[in-house]
Design a protein around this ligand. Structure first.
Ligand SMILES: Cc1cc2nc3c(=O)[nH]c(=O)nc-3n(C[C@H](O)[C@H](O)[C@H](O)COP(=O)(O)O)c2cc1C
Length: 338
């Protein structure tokens, strides 16, 4: 525990939490109860703005403040139609941390977030985005590898670690994608990460409010079942999504083809087509998470789904991560003869 304390001090200080193990925002899942529960056990919760009506996001923020006095973040999707309203609201509500996801925030948006007193974290899925985000004035980076669940980039965490984590030390760097054990967390902290973020493993906590069929699918799935959607051609610039293989994944390929044809015939613009794609994912994820439609809904999950096979409380999850990380660090010490 002492070694762990030393290693993650940077992350503790930056986030203002006991355990810099972040529960990544998950659209339709990371609501005020879950976020506050994570922050109250000493972790770091992130409220998912997704494409919520702004009034609903306002309520979610207010309720999170009511349930916890610990730090938490609002995760904003820059490509969501409600993004500008979400940003304005999050700034006005003085949420302590703002995380930009989806695409890059403009420098002025980063400045507006910081001017509210918030600390700003931005996602980077490759090295040039990481550099660009640091130059735009963000306070910390979230390096997310393509093993992750949800919308993903092209590069795996193992490459990003070498391109970014082991090279840059301008700002604290948090890492995500494929992490589900305290053992790996220990090695990532040794490599210089300020902390970690997980999504998939948090689905299998008692406090996470998902339909039992959604959770059951996670319990059964193997790592290889969490596949990335194929991008049909390059006309639409579709961001890949990693989810469990089901009929809905096939339907998404049909949707892409349909949208490409509509775009070619001038029926819709490229922007409208991309908007339709995002609308599809928001709707499909909601159908799976809330209604339990595991055949046609979207079962967004990372490859780490193959590493988790039981439901725990948040407290048990944090205790286990810490115990496993601590014994891994002791083992490393013995290996070094220290
Ligand atoms: C069901 C689901 C929904 C997600 N929704 C979002 C989101 O709204 N915003 C975001 O930035 N990341 C989202 N993510 C990514 C997670 O916040 C997290 O970074 C990712 O799950 C980490 O990788 P892991 O799945 O291997 O743990 C989502 C992931 C999942 C599994």
């Amino acid at each position: 525990m002492e070694l762990l304390e030393r290693l993650w001090k940077k992350g503790q200080d930056f986030l203002g939490v006991q355990y810099p193990i972040m529960a990544g925002a998950m659209t339709w899942i990371s609501n005020h109860r879950f976020v506050a529960a994570v922050s109250n056990v000493g972790g770091f919760g992130c409220l998912a703005a997704g494409n919520m009506p702004p009034e609903l996001l306002e309520q979610e923020i207010d309720k999170t403040f009511e349930l916890t006095d610990k730090p938490f973040a609002v995760n904003l999707i820059t490509i969501s139609p409600n993004y500008q309203k979400h940003l304005e609201l999050t700034v006005r509500k003085k949420v302590p941390f703002i995380i930009f996801a989806g695409s890059f925030p403009k420098a002025a948006e980063v400045q507006a977030a910081k001017a509210s007193g918030a600390k700003v974290i931005a996602f980077a899925s490759n090295d040039s985005i990481a550099r660009r985000m640091v130059n735009s004035g963000i306070d910390a980076l979230m390096l997310e590898g393509s093993e992750a669940g949800g919308h993903i980039g092209h590069v795996s965490l193992i490459i990003l670690l070498q391109q970014v984590l082991l090279k840059m030390d301008d700002v604290p760097i948090f890492v995500a994608g494929g992490i589900a054990t305290g053992q790996l967390m220990a090695h990532l902290l040794l490599a210089g990460a300020a902390g970690i973020q997980m999504g998939t493993r948090f689905i299998l906590t008692k406090e996470c409010e998902v339909n039992p069929r959604f959770r059951e699918a996670f319990l059964k799935a193997r790592a290889r079942d969490a596949i990335a959607t194929p991008s049909v051609g390059s006309e639409l610039n579709v961001v890949a999504v990693r989810a469990l293989r089901n009929k809905g994944m096939g339907e998404f390929t049909d949707l892409q083809m349909d949208l490409i044809l509509k775009n070619r015939s001038g029926e819709i613009t490229k922007k409208e087509a991309q908007f339709e794609v995002e609308k599809y994912w928001m709707g499909a994820l909601k159908r799976a998470v809330e209604d339990g439609d595991i055949d046609h809904g979207s079962l967004m999950a990372g490859q780490s789904v193959g590493l988790v096979n039981r439901v725990q409380t948040l407290q048990e999850l944090y205790d286990e991560m810490i115990a496993d990380a601590s014994s891994t660090l002791e083992l490393a010490k013995r290996r070094l003869g220290a």
